[in-house]
Design a protein around this ligand. Structure first.
Ligand SMILES: NC(=O)c1ccc[n+]([C@@H]2O[C@H](COP(=O)([O-])OP(=O)(O)OC[C@H]3O[C@@H](n4cnc5c(N)ncnc54)[C@H](OP(=O)(O)O)[C@@H]3O)[C@@H](O)[C@H]2O)c1
Length: 311
């Protein structure tokens, strides 16, 4: 394995089209802002790929599980951000990208994982298929000898607290989630992208490190409902909804079984208090406090507010 250390070569950002947390899309913009060249990997040519080109990225289309497209994506790059949507192909994609990265030689491989992996070991797992794939992917990357940096964020604000909550807040003034009454410390995926952009800007001091990224505070769901109320100027109440019915509704919307099984375990772990975690790793990386729930709700207020047509 040869090591590249040229700072003129592009940084590969996978999952760059962005779907849920959109770390790849935000990261692409942040790295371009810092003056880096970015090669953005997208699964398909669409308006999102066009938008990345308009930002100034070199866009490469390919599948992370495909060997030929990964040679095309990795040849000539020195630093890689590896991330993709939660899916059953996660381990195959990680090992495929790692194998090609080893072949071409890179100076940094930033892998996004999940905070729960911190509590997993050869004898400790969870029932989430995605947690297991992330744990195995971290193992394989450790064996690979690649210069890996691991980023393990807690739950994203953009998932449970936006995409999965917006309709209930907008239409019923309810934060309706199956998360129990324990504390949780959600983080904005934009903050995660900021942390990754700092690492990729100057990776050498970070190689071999694991960063556990948490949010602004750890609090229970009633507290967050009060924050929603304050930010939106109307009363929002938390309703701890039964998990099985919530999962059935998502299934009706076509959410894949792998993702449903992962979300169900996340909800159960929330109820057990397993997301009640606080670290200062994000502050150490970006020199700023994480985005608060209040600021996040203000930023997305339109998505939580009924329009004239719906009232
Ligand atoms: N959500 C959370 O609460 C949370 C918490 C901690 C960690 N994480 C981790 O964060 C990561 C996800 O980050 P994110 O939310 O920024 O991702 P995202 O917004 O869902 O974007 C992922 C991108 O990956 C692309 N992709 C999926 N499969 C692909 C394949 N086989 N080949 C090429 N591209 C593929 C998707 O393309 P298309 O859009 O074209 O489908 C999508 O644009 C995962 O590792 C997840 O475990 C998530």
């Amino acid at each position: 394995m040869t090591m590249k250390s040229t700072h003129d070569s592009p940084i590969l950002v996978t999952g760059a089209a962005g779907d849920l947390g959109a770390i790849g899309r935000n990261l692409t913009a942040m790295l371009l802002d810092k003056g880096h060249k970015v090669r953005a990997l997208v699964r398909r040519e669409d308006e999102r790929a066009l938008a990345l080109r308009q930002l100034g990225a070199e866009v490469v289309q390919g599948d992370l599980t495909d060997l030929t497209s990964m040679h095309r994506a990795i040849e000539g790059v020195a630093r890689i951000y590896f991330g993709m949507s939660v899916s059953a192909a996660y381990l195959e994609a990680t090992v495929n990208v790692a194998a090609v990265a080893r072949h071409h030689g890179v100076e940094a491989f930033v892998n996004i994982s999940q905070m729960t992996v911190t509590q997993m070991s050869i004898t400790e797992t969870t029932d989430s298929p995605q947690h297991k794939l992330h744990w195995l992917a971290e193992q394989a990357l450790a064996w690979s000898g690649l210069p890996v940096v691991t980023v393990r964020p807690t739950v994203f604000l953009e998932g449970f607290f936006l995409r999965l909550a917006a309709v209930g807040i907008r239409d019923s003034n309810e934060l309706a989630l199956p998360l129990g009454n324990s504390k949780t410390s959600p983080i904005s995926a934009v903050d995660v992208a900021r942390a990754v952009s700092e690492i990729l800007h100057d990776p050498a001091p970070h190689i071999g490190h694991v960063y556990n990224l948490t949010g602004f505070e750890s609090a229970d769901l009633d507290h967050y409902a009060r924050v929603f109320s304050e930010a939106l100027g109307r009363t929002i109440r938390y309703r701890n909804v039964p998990l099985s019915g919530w999962i059935d509704t998502l299934r009706e919307f076509g959410v894949p079984t792998h993702v449903l099984n992962h979300l169900a375990v996340m909800a159960e772990l929330h109820a057990q208090g397993r997301y009640d975690r606080m670290t200062d790793d994000l502050f150490k990386l970006i020199g700023k406090m994480p985005t608060s729930m209040y600021d996040f709700v203000k930023l997305h207020a339109a998505e939580f507010t009924p329009t004239e047509a719906t009232v």
